[in-house]
Design a protein around this ligand. Structure first.
Ligand code: ADP
Length: 233
């Protein structure tokens, strides 16, 4: 099963992708996380991406497409995967179709987390992330138990550099201009719009409700084990 998680910055994609990946036992691939790792490692790709990301723009399609194709060709993606933050342009969506055809994977299921634009800036500027396990917290709604420390592995939480108010505004503008049109590309396929302005637990229940029939029908190894676990997490 291939899942695409769509939504503007701050719509909760990262939180839901962690839950879905754990439930279905498929890798969650965030191109944003991958690019941040490249920056940290000081690679040529990281150097090319750094200033674009810190200004809230999009990294070039060629660079991101190549990075993505390499990642999904790894053995852990054989039975499917979830993409968080890709495709972000129509060109990336077309490229992904080619990659999926090559790997003989099915048409992706698109989950669109729709959140009113005026809620996003506040959500993003109060967001904190564990740099180690990537878990996301929100100081207003989902704070860590100990201030500034990840509940899961005790790492000190960070504020992403691009979560400052001016960069957030630019990221939302970029989403509207370049990524929203990608939704039209998937409109007549397996497309599901989900209200993202509710608690993460409710949203995850809606997602499991959408996916359970597909899981039951596919009966693929990773997904068969997952059946019935959705409502508990
Ligand atoms: P968010 O969805 O909250 O904006 P991400 O972590 O997905 O955060 O992305 C952070 C930044 O990484 C983006 O603003 C963009 O610069 C870059 N990026 C991530 N994914 C892509 C992509 N598919 N294409 C181009 N740039 C990307």
């Amino acid at each position: 099963m291939v899942l695409l998680l769509f939504g503007p910055p701050g719509s909760g994609k990262g939180t839901q992708s962690g839950k879905i990946s754990h439930w279905l036992r498929i890798p969650a691939i965030s191109t944003g996380d991958m690019l941040r790792e490249e920056i940290k490692a000081g690679t040529a790709l990281g150097k090319a991406a750094k200033s674009i990301m810190s200004n809230g723009g999009l990294v070039g399609d060629d660079l991101v497409n190549r990075m993505l194709a390499q990642r999904v060709s790894l053995p852990d993606c054989e039975h499917g995967f979830l993409l968080d933050g890709y495709p972000r342009t129509v060109e990336q969506a077309e490229y992904l179709d080619g990659v999926l055809a090559e790997q003989q994977l099915r048409t992706p299921i698109v989950l669109h987390l729709d959140v009113p634009m005026d809620a996003l800036v506040g959500r993003l500027t109060s967001r904190r992330q564990c740099p180690s396990c990537k878990r996301i917290y929100n100081l207003l709604h989902q704070p860590p138990k100990r201030p500034g420390i990840c509940d899961d592995d005790g790492t000190r939480l960070i504020t992403r550099k691009d979560d400052s108010e001016d960069v957030v505004t630019e990221r939302i503008r970029t989403y509207d201009e370049l990524t929203r049109p990608v939704l039209a590309y998937y409109q007549d396929r397996k497309y599901h719009q989900i209200r993202g302005d509710r608690s993460p637990g409710y949203i995850f229940e809606e997602i499991t409700g959408i996916l359970e029939p597909v899981v039951a029908k596919n009966g693929s190894s990773c997904c068969t084990k997952a059946l019935g676990k959705g409502q508990k997490s």
